[in-house]
Ligand binder design. Structure first.
Ligand code: PMV
Length: 327
């Protein structure tokens, strides 16, 4: 059984979807309405320690030293407790090496690290697929952060959610790429993704088209990655990102995640392409712009993004590894 004091630490890296999901199949199981394909980033990660304790009335979540609401963390911990027949609550201590809740996918790295640390502390030995399903209960994008390199998340259709998991398409070492993150605002975003893609997402008249076109985007991206066709990967990622934002903009009330600098960076990326550099942007539920390019072009792209008005900081990343235990 699970002993008080049982503890483990894990690290998981953030990921950025090239073909994105938005909308849920099932709110309780937290299964996405569409599949997604992502890359894991080595420069952005979460370190998490989970310690089961006697005498705690509830789970506690401490993020960068501040106490946060633990509701979603408890969903993951409940599943771990259930599989051990245990009731002990846990302290979760996490640190992000990047700004939290600002569209840098902190929930992805956070819940992936939690899944690895919580199962480790409980003495379980899950498969990568089981970890992916467990992480999904915290956040859909977290299911992908169990895997390094390129990963695909399957929406699934089973009533128990057991076919809704991510798997690796390609390890990062097989195709080195560079990602430059242009940070245009610090601080938490106004509407988090769970609220944004909740009941309101379906209010857009574009939502049926979003669902209908997802399988084609996924198949095209899978083929482009298998062919190591960078231009095709970039074009598809940018197209899919703009399609998602068209959906967000037409949701009622409207979800406008961009600021002026976000748009300026989009134009700067298109100008880079006009000058012959293969760079492509993608944007999630926040104002930051992630720019994909080949490692050989990274310093020129970095320099160009740094001069765009309103860009506060540019962070460079390569593709990251699987989530792993730190102890
Ligand atoms: O699963 P969440 O709550 O982290 O939402 C992810 C939403 C997007 O980042 C916009 C898309 C995606 O597939 O990552």
């Amino acid at each position: 059984t699970l002993e008080a004091g049982a503890t483990a630490r894990a690290r998981a890296h953030s990921n950025i979807a090239l073909v994105k999901y938005w909308g849920k199949n099932d709110a309780v199981l937290n299964t996405p309405a569409v599949g997604s394909i992502s890359i894991t980033l080595d420069a952005l990660y979460t370190d998490t320690r989970v310690t089961f304790r006697a005498g705690l009335a509830t789970d506690e979540l401490w993020l960068n030293g501040c106490r946060h609401d633990a509701t979603k963390a408890s969903r993951v911990l409940d599943l771990v407790r259930y599989s051990r027949g245990a009731t002990l609550c846990a302290i979760v201590e996490s640190t992000n090496n990047f700004p939290t809740g600002a569209g840098l996918a902190s929930s992805a790295s956070g819940f992936a690290a939690l899944a690895v640390a919580a199962t480790g502390a409980a003495g379980l030995t899950p498969t990568a697929r089981e970890l992916s399903i467990l992480a999904r209960h915290g956040s859909g994008s977290a299911a992908r952060s169990i895997f390094g390199g390129f990963a695909e998340m399957h929406a699934g259709s089973a009533a128990d959610g057991l076919d809704s998991y991510a798997e690796q398409l390609l390890p990062g070492a097989d195709w080195p790429l560079a990602i430059l993150v242009a940070i245009t605002a610090h601080g938490a975003k106004p509407i988090n993704s769970t609220v944004g893609m909740g009941a309101t997402a379906v209010s857009s008249p574009f939502y049926p088209a979003w669902l209908a076109t997802a399988p084609t985007d996924l198949a095209d991206m899978r083929a482009a990655i298998a062919a190591f066709d960078f231009v095709r990967v970039g074009e598809l990622a940018e197209y899919n990102c703009l399609k998602l934002h068209a959906l967000m903009l037409t949701t009622r009330p409207a979800l406008i995640y961009w600021n002026a600098a976000t748009v300026a960076v989009m134009h700067a990326v298109r100008d880079l392409r006009a000058s012959g550099i293969a760079a492509y942007f993608t944007i999630d539920a926040g104002p930051q712009v992630k720019v994909l390019c080949l490692p050989i072009d990274a310093s020129r792209v970095h320099a160009a993004l740094s001069t765009v008005g309103g860009v506060l900081e540019v962070r460079q990343s390569a593709l990251g590894p699987d989530a792993y235990r730190l102890d």
